[in-house]
Structures are given as C-alpha cells and as structure tokens.
Write a protein that binds this ligand. Structure first.
Ligand code: NAD
Length: 310
C-alpha cells in the first residue's frame, strides 16, 4: 500500500489511541488539535500506552519520535495520505472539520472519521472537493489494543477508498469490518447501546447496583463474548441441534417483556446513582492504574484468542 504519512485531527482519547497504533506500526504521524496544552497531553498519553505497544511488538523503525504536532489544520493534512478525524461527536463540528480537511488534503488521501454514531452520508455532505474519499472508520477504546474497526461508506463514497482503508487497517494488525448499510451506531455500538440502556433501567428500578450489573457481565456472558458473539453463543446453548432447538425453546420469549426497549429518562437522580456507583467501584484506584490493568488483560486475552480462534 502507498500510505506513508498519516494525520490525526483531534487528539483526545480516541485520537491519541490512533496515534499510538500508527506509531507502533512504524508510521510517521502528524497531529493537530486547537485546545491549549493538547500537544503535551497527547505526548503523555502516547508515553503511557507505549509499554503496551512494546509488549505487543513494535514494527521496524517504530518510535514515539516519529510524532509531529502541527497547530495549523491546513498544514497538518496537506501532505497526508491518510487522515483520521477524531474531533468531538457533534454533527455540525464534524461536518465543518471534514469540509476543511477536504479543502486542504491532496486528492487521493482517505478521510476517515472515527464517529461512533453519525452517518457517513451526513459527514460528507459539506465536502466540496472529493466527498468520494470520506468514510467512517469507527474504532474501539483503547484503539491501540482493540483490533476492530468498522468501515462504512456514505452515498457519495467511492468503494475503492473503503477497500484502501481496509488494506491499510489490516496492515496495522486490525480487524476491519465493512458495514454494508449505514445505520446510526454502526454495528457494535448499536449492540452496546441495548446493553447500556437495559443496565440503566436495572439500576434505576433498584434491581441491582452498578457493581452487580458489571459482575453479571464480567463473570457471565462477558467471558464467552471474548471468544464468541451472540449467534455462536446461542447456537451452542441449543445443544446438539444448535440454533434450531434454541429458537424453538426461546423464540417465544422474544415476545415477553424481558427488556424495556425504550431508554430510561436520564434524571439527575439516576445520573448521580450511576456516577456514585462507578466511583465506588473504582475507589482509590487511579484511572491510569485501571488502564494499565485493562491493557495487560487485553494483551493476554488477544494471545488467548489467537490460540483458540486462529
Ligand atoms: P475527546 O473529547 O476525548 O477528544 C476530542 C478532541 O478533539 C479534543 O482534544 C478537542 O480539543 C479536539 N478538537 C475539538 N475541536 C477540534 C477541531 N476543530 N480540530 C481538531 N481537534 C479538535 O473525544 P473522543 O472520546 O476522543 O471522541 C472523538 C471521536 O471518536 C468522536 O467522534 C467519538 O464518537 C469517537 N469515538 C469515541 C470512542 C470512545 O470510547 N471515547 C470510541 C469510538 C469512537
């Protein structure tokens, strides 16, 4: 592939995660972000994540010294082959930043948005030059360790750019998944949202605390989910006859009111309950320590995944 220069626009949680993954794979990375102190925060985030990358294995020539900060967006994207947009999830802001990138980037460069939920057709609407190269490439936190990236093209996207992006992300040891139709939330976040919504109901109704909801996943379905998605999990739950038997037995339950389906109202009381619960669960442990523990777990889990699901 012909991509050698990568630019990241927006150096928050996700932008810094991408930067780390690009650097670890030997790329030269330029980053831009107008917030005061952004460069220092970015360098600190990359430094903190680097031991995990060393453990995963660095590409030849990979170094944190290949990272350049450029305040001016036009200059930052001007000579890039691949641009990863990671500004906050606000439609108006994203549309205007993407239009700006499109104005200054060279014609063949891919413009990939990290958006969690906005449709690519919406994001490319204001790009006047080459909207064909605007795609969604939605990653998962921490981007430097979780391999999935969902690729979605919009109405004006030329599928060649989606294919190029797929090849590029494959080369970063990722698992790019092309989503055939654009929907809000793409695939994984739509699923995550259902869990999130029901979790809020359960806490709101006093059925369980945030700790108990988390435990119900960590010691239960979460263990299986690291290896299998909902379909394989339920197929195996059906015994020898697999999904056929499962559907006979539990199909009718889909009509029972197991779930609430609608999101609960996020009252101040519910918000407090959830925030207090999470702070209680992590009491006395700094976010950096939690990240270190999560990273180590994800590294070992991926080694297991390769062993059992080659
Ligand atoms: P964040 O708030 O941590 O970071 C956003 C960064 O963008 C900030 O540093 C901000 O200063 C910068 N920014 C604001 N305006 C800008 C501009 N005009 N040009 C350049 N930079 C600008 O947000 P985040 O969590 O990193 O999310 C970024 C994107 O990634 C969102 O679209 C979000 O939906 C998506 N995403 C987030 C997650 C997650 O778990 N946080 C996961 C997947 C995808």
């Amino acid at each position: 592939n012909t991509i050698s220069k990568v630019t990241v626009v927006g150096t928050g949680v996700i932008g810094n995660g991408w930067i780390t993954r690009f650097l670890a794979n030997g790329y030269q990375v330029t980053a831009t972000d107008p917030a005061p102190g952004a460069e220092e925060r970015m360098r600190e985030a990359v430094r903190n994540a680097w031991p995990a990358m060393e453990q995963m294995g660095l590409a030849e020539g990979a170094s944190v010294d290949n990272l350049f900060f450029e305040e001016d967006l036009a200059k930052a994207v001007g000579s890039a082959d691949f641009i990863q947009e990671c500004v906050p999830e606000r439609e108006g802001l994203k549309r205007s930043v993407i239009a700006d990138i499109d104005r200054h980037a060279s014609a063949g460069a891919v413009i990939a948005s990290s958006t969690s939920g906005i449709l690519p057709s919406t994001l490319q609407a204001d790009a006047e030059h080459y909207p064909e190269r605007v795609i969604v490439a939605h990653p998962f936190n921490p981007v430097y360790l979780v391999p999935l990236v969902e690729l979605v093209g919009g109405a004006k996207t030329d599928s060649e750019f989606v294919e190029n992006a797929k090849e590029f992300y494959n080369g970063l040891n990722m698992k790019p998944l092309i989503v055939n139709k654009e929907i809000e939330g793409h695939i994984a976040d739509r699923l995550m949202e259902a869990i999130w919504r029901e979790s809020l109901h359960i806490v709101n109704d006093g059925v369980a605390t945030t700790e108990e909801v988390d435990a119900s996943i960590v010691y239960g379905p979460g263990l299986r989910w690291a290896l299998m998605g909902p379909f394989m999990t339920l197929h195996m739950g059906g015994g020898k006859a697999g999904m056929r038997h499962l559907l006979e037995q539990f199909g009718p339950a889909l009509k029972l009111p197991w779930t609430k389906l609608e999101a609960p109202e996020l009252t101040d009381e519910l918000a407090e309950k959830v925030i207090e619960g999470c702070e209680r669960q992590t009491a006395g442990v700094e976010m950096e320590k939690l990240e270190e523990r999560r990273n180590q777990f994800l590294i070992e889990l991926q080694q297991l995944l390769e062993k059992y699901w080659p």
